[in-house]
Ligand binder design. Structure first.
Ligand code: COA
Ligand code: ZN
Length: 244
């Protein structure tokens, strides 16, 4: 009885959401690349085109009506794609080269609706500038979520939520205790997604005027670093996992 009951719930869940989560396969690459390229072309990333000389990014609007000279290097402007297939493929290979990694896709009848990937990091070795945060123990096993994106026409259906939950569940089963990531505070959708998943900003105490001090990157003023502690069992669900 219990077994049949579970099967019914699984079926309803997949039918309702219209997608399931599974590990990346090489033949997913074209689908991932398509979502990646278009998702990061949008604001606030604006990584649609770049100057072929100095590589500064140009968003969609700027690229459609480009100035004669580059906004950064002032040389005659020649635009090229910001993210090439090789860049994205190298990113995935980098993730896969790590001791622990997970590259996941949201699949809807063979169509890739979204993806995420993450891998183990050592704060001390890989992100030493983040040491000293008060709301995490930097000596504990930690993963870094490098990428997450959902195709524009599939947003708001829980694709990113299900991808991240699966990721956290896998990481938690592998003995990881923290997840960190970085995003841009102007990216309201991402900030809300991460808040809902239980993330908070990496905290470095309070200033003299009693304001919280957070990780700060002088090169990217709006960049924020977020952390979440993995709680045993919290994200186990897996009702959106692909059947095979
Ligand atoms: C951020 C992003 C991955 C969210 O994907 P998604 O599949 O639409 O997210 P979900 O459907 O799981 O939404 C989860 C929560 O995120 C928040 N959220 C998602 N889209 C939002 C929007 N447009 N505005 C405000 N909040 C939003 C909501 O809190 C939502 O919960 P709710 O539906 O109960 O209100 C997607 O907008 C995206 O791909 N953006 C471009 C790429 C990017 O910026 N990636 C993050 C890099 S750090
Ligand atoms: Zn330039």
């Amino acid at each position: 009885m219990t077994c049949c009951h579970k099967t019914v719930i699984l079926f309803i869940s997949e039918a309702k959401n219209g997608f399931c989560i599974r590990d990346y396969r090489e033949d997913d690459f074209a689908g991932i690349y398509k979502v990646y390229k278009s998702a990061f072309s949008e604001e606030p990333w604006n990584e649609y085109k770049k100057c072929s000389l100095c590589k500064v990014n140009y968003g969609i609007k700027e690229s459609n009506d480009p100035a004669e000279n580059c906004k950064k290097c002032s040389k005659p402007l020649k635009l090229e794609d910001y993210w090439t297939e090789k860049d994205v493929s190298d990113d995935i290979s980098y993730a896969k080269s790590k001791e622990w990694n997970s590259v996941l896709v949201a699949d809807s009848g063979g169509e890739i609706l979204g993806f995420t990937w993450a891998y183990n990091i050592s704060i001390e070795k890989d992100m030493n500038f983040l040491k000293g945060a008060q709301n995490m123990d930097c000596s504990k096993k930690t993963i870094y979520v490098d990428e997450v994106a959902t195709a524009a026409n599939s947003r708001g259906k829980g694709v990113a939520t299900e991808l991240e939950k699966k990721l956290f569940s896998k990481a938690e089963n592998a003995g990881f205790e923290y997840v960190i990531l970085r995003t841009d505070e102007r990216n309201i959708a991402a900030i809300n997604l991460y808040r809902k998943l239980g993330f908070e900003r990496l905290l470095y105490g309070v200033s003299e005027t009693n304001e919280s001090k957070y990780a700060y990157d002088p090169e990217f003023n709006s960049r924020v670093y977020l952390v979440k502690k993995l709680l045993p069992g919290e994200n186990i669900g897996g009702n959106n996992e692909c059947k095979s």
